[in-house]
Structures are given as structure tokens and as C-alpha cells.
Design a protein around this ligand. Structure first.
Ligand SMILES: Cc1ncc(COP(=O)(O)O)c(C=O)c1O
Length: 445
């Protein structure tokens, strides 16, 4: 039986309402649009680094990290110390006054980005950051149309929903506008596969074709994640982004990299996902991992492009809030000082190798993909890659039983996603692989 690695931390005894009572209150007073994982949902009341605890004190290895939001670790002591101090001193002022945190955090953030990406606008969520990036691109270029990718998820605000492509995340109401969706460069399910060295160029050609034959010819922007997260851990093929960036700039547009999931060292090989593709975006959006759990996001661009926002007043009440910025700055300091990116690279390689070994044993593992600690395992049935969504749901349940919380993604919900807090250890990876081995053996017996 796989056993969680030892952990000294003991959470405070939970004394709040029972799980049944919380479930009742939630179904009575919260929007019915909320969804939970698992047949018997988990209630989480405490967190410590890579671990979560339910109301009974049961410990779980968190391999989803609040949907890719916990970078340094749950309640990391240095982050907590900075936030406690800021909460005690001052919880909120807006940018109409000077405050050191927003300025110091912006300086530190810019130091992680290549030259030319040097001006920050803080927001509270990734959706807001993407909305703002599109606004900036349109204001700067005076063009209107935007190219996004099919299979993309960029948020749920009305603007970001227009960029998002999955029908499962879109309502039948007017949302976004002027957005055209190019082919998703999915080498597992798409026309050009992993064995085609020209796949990147071929998928990129679709963007040129879309601009020439599907738009007015001039675009404001192209937006893509270097690895589609919600879309099922689909990494852009080699040469794809460089070709597309070239095409988009020819058509007068700016290139936006949505680093909401791929930023802050998660891909291991680089601090920012775009750096794995040898491109330099004009605008970068980030959220989730920026705050280690704080409602914090940002848009970074050049000072020249940022100037376009001064045509009117743009204001965000909580963007750059002192507490959020204290949390973001402390998180970033930990990431850089503790070489968390190096950890993501080393442990990510171990994880991907482990899954590739399991793939040789279990034919249901159709594809193992990702980089660093952003890993997807696509489950399929038969020889025609039929998505095995029910099986994925069963694997989730089995993993939960052993104390491992993972996610699922992809249009069909058949891609297991493993994106843990980046502070985890080799022992956690070994445990995880043992659990998956046991779960796959059980589900395929
Ligand atoms: C790549 C990407 N962009 C944007 C968003 C939207 O972020 P938020 O939920 O903070 O609005 C998400 C959320 O999952 C995301 O994965």
C-alpha cells in the first residue's frame, strides 16, 4: 500500500461546522454553478507546504495546488510572516497613494523578465489580466481583431470568455468580440503529430491563413498559453510560436503570452513558459502562481505599449493591494532564493519518466506530456484514442483514497493533471507514482 511520506506538521484541531452542514449551507446559499470533485467531496481546512488536511486531520498530497496557484507551498512560513506583518500594519489603500509594496514587487517581477517587458499593471485575477491585455493591444495597435486558439482557456469574464474556446466554458450569450480561433496545435489528436518535425510550421500556417482569409487582414493581438492548461496540457510544438509571432507582427498585431499556469518556474526549464520557445512576447499576463494563493494577477508589457492606456483613466480598486503585494513579493523571493524552478525541473523529469514507464505497462495511458511540474496523462480506450473520461474519474477517486489529490482537464475530462506545489520532494514523487501504479492496475484489472 503506498504510504504518504512522513510529515511533522500537525494542523490545529478543526472545530467549525461539520462537512455535512457546510455542504448544506453551500447548496442553499451559494450559486448552483459551483462544482466539486469526487463522489463524496473533500473538505479542506488546513494546508502546509505540499500537503492539505481535511476536517478530520487526514493528510493529502496536493498535486493540483489550488488549480496551479500554490507555488512556494501552502502557508509557506516566509510568505505568512510577510502577510501577517502587512495585515497588522495596513490592509488596503489604492494606487492613489504611494505604497512601497506595489513598487517593490513590480521591480522584483520585472527583474525576472527579459528586457523590454518592464511595466506592470496589477489586477486580481487572470481573467481581468487577459481582458486588460486585449484592451492594451487594441488601444496600442488601433486594430480590432484578436487571434486566439481553439482548445484555449483564458478565463470566464465576458471578455476572456471570448478568448476561451471550449464550448464547456462558454455561455450562449454575446461574449468577447472580434476573436477568431486558429487550430489548436495538438500533436496527440490533431492532424500533424509528434512524429512530424514540421508540425509546428504546419499548425502556424493556419494562423497566417486565418488572418489572410478569415479576418480584415490587420489584427490587434495573438494570445496563447505556451502550454494549454485547462485544454489538457498541450504544449505548443517547436517553431510554432516563433512562426506565429512573426505572422502576427506582419499583420500589425502584438503577441500575448498567457503565463497564468506556465509562469514562475513551473515548467522547470525556464522561469516563463515563452522562454522555452525562444520568443519574446509584447505582453505577458500572469495570475495563479504569482500569489501563492492571494487574489493577484498582472499584465507586463513595455513602457511604450503601456503608454496607450493613458488615453483614458484605467483603475482597479484592489489591483496592487498592499497585502496581496506583500504575499506576491514574499512568494517570489522564496521561489528565487530556494531555486524552486530547479526543483520543478528535477522532480518534473522524475515524474514524467515515471509516467512513461507506467505507459509501457498500461495501454490506457495514451499520452504523457508536459514540462517540469505541469504534467498531463491522457487516458484513452481502444486503438482510436477514445477518451476514457469515466476511467479518469475513477482514477481520481482511487488516488484520493490513498491521500493524493490530482486534477483532470482537457475537453473530454480524460487528461489527468499533476501540477503540485513546487516545493515537493522526491519522496512525494515516489509516493505519487506508486499510487498511480496501484490506481491504473485497479482500474484496468
Ligand atoms: C491559462 C489561464 N488563463 C487565465 C485564467 C483565468 O484566471 P482566473 O480564474 O484567475 O480569472 C486561467 C484559469 O484557470 C488559466 O488557466
Amino acid at each position: 500500500m503506498p504510504q504518504l511520506p512522513p510529515c511533522d506538521y500537525v494542523p490545529a484541531k478543526y472545530e467549525g461546522p461539520t462537512k455535512a452542514e457546510v455542504a448544506r449551507l453551500r447548496s442553499q446559499f451559494l450559486t448552483p454553478s459551483l462544482v466539486t470533485y469526487y463522489r463524496d467531496p473533500v473538505m479542506i481546512v488546513a494546508g502546509h507546504m505540499q500537503y492539505l488536511f481535511d476536517e478530520t486531520g487526514k493528510r493529502y498530497l496536493d498535486a493540483l495546488s489550488g488549480i496551479v496557484s500554490i507555488s512556494a507551498g501552502h502557508c509557506h512560513p516566509k510568505v505568512i510572516e510577510a502577510v501577517h506583518a502587512q495585515n497588522a500594519a495596513l490592509q488596503h489603500v489604492t494606487t492613489i497613494y504611494l505604497h512601497p509594496n506595489i513598487a517593490l514587487f513590480a521591480e522584483k517581477l520585472v527583474s525576472t523578465l527579459p528586457e523590454g517587458l518592464d511595466v506592470v499593471y496589477f489586477t486580481n485575477s487572470g481573467s481581468e489580466a487577459n481582458d486588460l491585455a486585449i484592451l492594451i493591444a487594441r488601444a496600442y495597435t488601433k486594430n480590432f481583431e484578436v487571434i486566439a486558439l481553439r482548445n484555449a482557456y483564458h478565463g470566464g469574464s465576458q471578455g476572456a470568455m471570448g478568448l476561451t474556446a471550449h464550448s464547456t466554458w462558454k455561455y450562449s450569450v454575446p461574449h468577447g468580440f472580434g476573436v477568431l480561433h486558429a487550430l489548436a496545435p495538438d500533436r496527440f489528436r490533431g492532424t500533424w503529430g509528434y512524429d512530424d518535425p514540421e508540425a509546428g510550421h504546419k499548425y502556424a500556417h493556419d494562423v497566417r491563413d486565418l488572418i489572410e482569409r478569415g479576418s480584415c487582414g490587420n489584427v490587434a493581438a495573438f494570445i496563447a498559453e505556451p502550454i494549454q492548461g485547462v485544454g489538457g496540457v498541450i504544449e505548443m510544438p517547436p517553431n510554432y510560436l516563433s512562426d506565429v509571432y512573426h505572422t502576427v507582427r506582419d499583420a500589425g498585431g502584438l503577441c500575448i503570452s498567457d503565463e497564468v499556469q506556465t509562469g514562475f518556474g513551473r515548467t522547470g526549464d525556464a522561469f516563463w513558459g515563452f522562454e522555452n520557445h525562444g520568443v519574446l512576447p509584447d505582453i505577458v499576463t500572469m495570475a495563479k502562481g504569482i500569489g501563492n494563493g492571494a487574489p493577484l494577477a498582472a499584465v507586463v508589457t513595455s513602457s511604450k505599449i503601456a503608454q496607450s492606456l493613458t488615453e483614458a483613466i484605467h483603475f482597479n480598486t484592489f489591483g496592487g493591494n498592499p497585502v496581496s503585494c506583500a504575499q506576491g513579493l514574499a512568494n517570489l523571493e522564496v521561489l528565487l532564493e530556494d531555486d524552486i524552478q530547479g526543483n520543478a525541473k528535477r522532480l518534473g523529469a522524475m515524474l514524467i519518466d515515471g509516467f512513461k514507464r507506467l505507459q509501457k505497462i498500461y495501454p490506457i495511458i495514451g499520452d504523457v506530456r508536459g514540462r517540469g511540474l505541469m504534467v498531463g496523462i491522457e487516458l484513452v480506450e481502444g486503438t482510436d484514442k477514445t477518451p476514457a473520461a469515466d476511467l479518469a474519474a475513477d482514477v481520481l477517486e482511487t488516488c484520493k483514497g490513498f491521500g493524493l489529490l490530482i486534477g483532470k482537464s482537457g475537453f473530454f475530462g480524460n487528461v489527468l493533471r499533476v501540477k503540485p506545489p513546487m516545493c515537493l520532494t522526491e519522496a512525494d514523487i515516489t509516493f505519487m507514482l506508486e499510487v498511480f501504479d496501484t490506481a491504473f492496475a485497479k482500474e484496468t484489472a
